[in-house]
Design a protein. Structure first.
Length: 97
C-alpha cells in the first residue's frame, strides 16, 4: 500500500470523526427545534449510505453524492454551533434582573 493511500485513509477517518463529533454537539443543543438538531446526523447517515454503495459496486452514487453530503454535514453543524455561540454571547439572550 502506498503512502498516499495511507494519508488519504487517515484524512477520511479524521474527517468522519470530526463530523460525528459535530453532530453530537448539535444533538446536545436543547433549545433548537428537533428537526434542526437531527439535520446534521441525517445528512451524515445519508453520506455514509452513499459511501456504502461503493461496496456494492455502484460507484457513481458514491462519487457524486457522498462527499458533498459530508461537506453539507460539516457546514450545517458548524453553522448551528456558531449560531448558538453568537446568541449566547448577545446581551438580548441574558436574563434581566
Amino acid at each position: 500500500m502506498s503512502l498516499s493511500l495511507v494519508v488519504l485513509a487517515a484524512w477520511a477517518v479524521a474527517f468522519l470523526t470530526l463530523n460525528v463529533i459535530l453532530c453530537v454537539r448539535v444533538w446536545r443543543i436543547r433549545n433548537l427545534p428537533t428537526w434542526r438538531r437531527l439535520l446534521p446526523a441525517a445528512l451524515l447517515c445519508a453520506a455514509l449510505a452513499a459511501s456504502l454503495t461503493r461496496a456494492a459496486g455502484i460507484t457513481v452514487i458514491a462519487s457524486t453524492v457522498a462527499f458533498p453530503l459530508n461537506v453539507a454535514t460539516l457546514v450545517v453543524a458548524l453553522g448551528e454551533i456558531r449560531g448558538r455561540r453568537r446568541s449566547a454571547g448577545s446581551p438580548a439572550s441574558e436574563p434581566m434582573g
